[in-house]
Ligand binder design. Structure first.
Ligand code: PLP
Length: 430
């Protein structure tokens, strides 16, 4: 088989593909494995009931169902849905947007892939324009998205202790001067962050976001904020606040983490020309987007109910589960006497554990955990892209000392899995 350069790039054994295969195979061989590795949302019965009601509504309202499944939408998305979506942001948060600022995509993964390759890569003058990750580590799913080789550059996060009374809690912050330096010395097409961040549960502060927005303006480089876990929906965050707006920012939202990953529906807000260009790509790549997610949720966007579901059902669920998981992890690790640090858990579905005295790599610890019946994700995978500055030996070691632990499994699976993590961490650190 003779593949093109792009064909080779996209079909190569990427790190994430290996990992997902490995996780899948491990689950097949041992179905009793405690799955603390995936990005699936938790089962929240009160929310699942709403999706069931919405499907019933579709089935019972005349020929709505038939119209939904038998028609292509325009590539940008269903016009009625786009209107409701834009109106919600306009009326509830004062964003000056209309339907022309919104596009639908088949999941945020596809949306970000199209955005990145639309903006970055070889330009008309032959310059290779890069994607800058202003805070590494970030979502591993981005790492292999570039259609040209070596598109990603990244700036290592600064490790801080937000509260001196809790030295075991750390937080990565953006090294703003280093990011500015990277913008000056590289040809950068776009900056990209997930907020809340997968894998760390970080929520980059408003101040830092404003600083990034200023850099975006100064260097005319758009910033993409991936809101998969964020505000205003699904609101898997500790602190509810209005979503951040700036005309320079491209924001992506998804129905996946609200409980509908199977519907592959996400939304992108950006400038009108950007949305038009993105719709052009959708037409070529897929004609149209799946319309089921839009039809199912359209009344909830129109009425604003999507915000109530997020604030009253989803936010409290994950907040309680997050606290429960932190308590379990801290108790079990303290019993083993191992030295540990945890990233400040402000959002998303994950705890990011740092074992500073780990004697093996987190990849090796992942293998040992798998042999002992628990799946997590080794931290190495989330540090990618060529660093824009020399990293300290401490940071280089740090990259092999972290684990991502998902807390969406049932509390009993979580408890058993965490016990094994603490036991194995104890052994691997002594
Ligand atoms: N962005 C982030 C930060 C994620 O964690 C994920 C999934 O885990 C995605 C995007 C993909 O979302 P979607 O299911 O909408 O493609």
């Amino acid at each position: 088989m003779n593949l093109s350069t792009i064909g080779k790039k996209l079909s190569a054994r990427s790190g994430i593909l290996e990992l997902m295969d490995d996780l899948g195979n491990a689950m097949t061989i041992n179905p009793d494995m405690y799955m603390l590795g995936g990005g699936n949302p938790a089962s929240i019965p009160a929310v699942e009931k709403i999706w069931r009601q919405q499907i019933n509504r579709l089935l019972l309202s005349g020929d709505e169902f038939e119209k939904t499944i038998s028609n292509y939408d325009p590539p940008q998305g269903n016009p009625r849905f786009l209107d409701s979506f834009a109106a919600l942001f306009r009326t509830k948060f004062g964003w000056p947007i209309t339907a022309e600022n919104v596009a639908v995509s088949n999941g945020a993964q596809t949306g970000v892939f199209c955005l990145l390759n639309m903006l970055a890569g070889i330009d008309e003058k032959g310059n290779k324009k890069k994607i800058l990750v202003p805070l590494s580590p970030d979502y591993v799913g981005y790492a292999d998205m570039g259609l040209s080789e070596e598109l990603f550059i990244s700036s290592p996060g600064i490790i801080t202790t937000p509260d001196s009374r809790h030295p075991e809690i750390f937080k990565y912050t953006v090294d703003i001067p280093a990011v500015e330096n990277a913008l000056i010395h590289n040809s950068v097409a776009v900056m990209l962050i997930s907020r809340p961040t997968n894998p760390t549960g970080n929520v980059i502060s408003d101040d830092q976001l404003l600083a990034l927005d200023k850099l975006a303006e100064k260097y005319n480089v758009p910033l993409i904020i991936d809101n998969a876990y964020g505000l205003p929906f699904p609101a898997a965050v500790e602190q509810l606040q209005p979503p951040f707006y700036s005309p320079r920012i491209i924001e992506t939202f998804s129905l996946s983490k609200i409980g509908l990953p199977g519907l592959r529906t996400a939304f992108i807000i950006g400038s009108k020309p950007l949305i038009k260009a993105l719709s052009g790509i959708t037409a070529i790549v897929g004609l149209a987007n799946g319309n089921f997610g839009q039809r199912l949720t359209e009344p909830l966007f129109e009425s604003g109910e999507i915000l109530n579901i997020s604030q009253q059902l989803i936010q409290p669920f994950y907040s309680a589960r997050r606290r429960q998981a932190i308590e379990m992890l801290a108790d079990n690790l303290n019993q083993t006497g191992v030295s540990w640090k945890l990233h400040q858990a402000q959002g998303a579905f994950f705890l990011w554990l740092w074992l500073p005295e780990l004697k093996i790599t987190s990849e090796q610890l992942y293998q040992r955990l798998k042999e002992n019946g628990v799946l997590v994700i080794p931290g190495e995978n989330f540090f990618y892209g060529k660093y824009t500055q020399k990293v300290s030996p401490e940071f280089a070691t740090h990259q092999t000392q972290c684990l991502r632990i998902s807390f969406t499994a049932s509390p009993s699976a979580l408890e058993k899995g965490i016990k094994i993590i603490a036991q194995q961490a104890g052994k691997a650190c002594s």
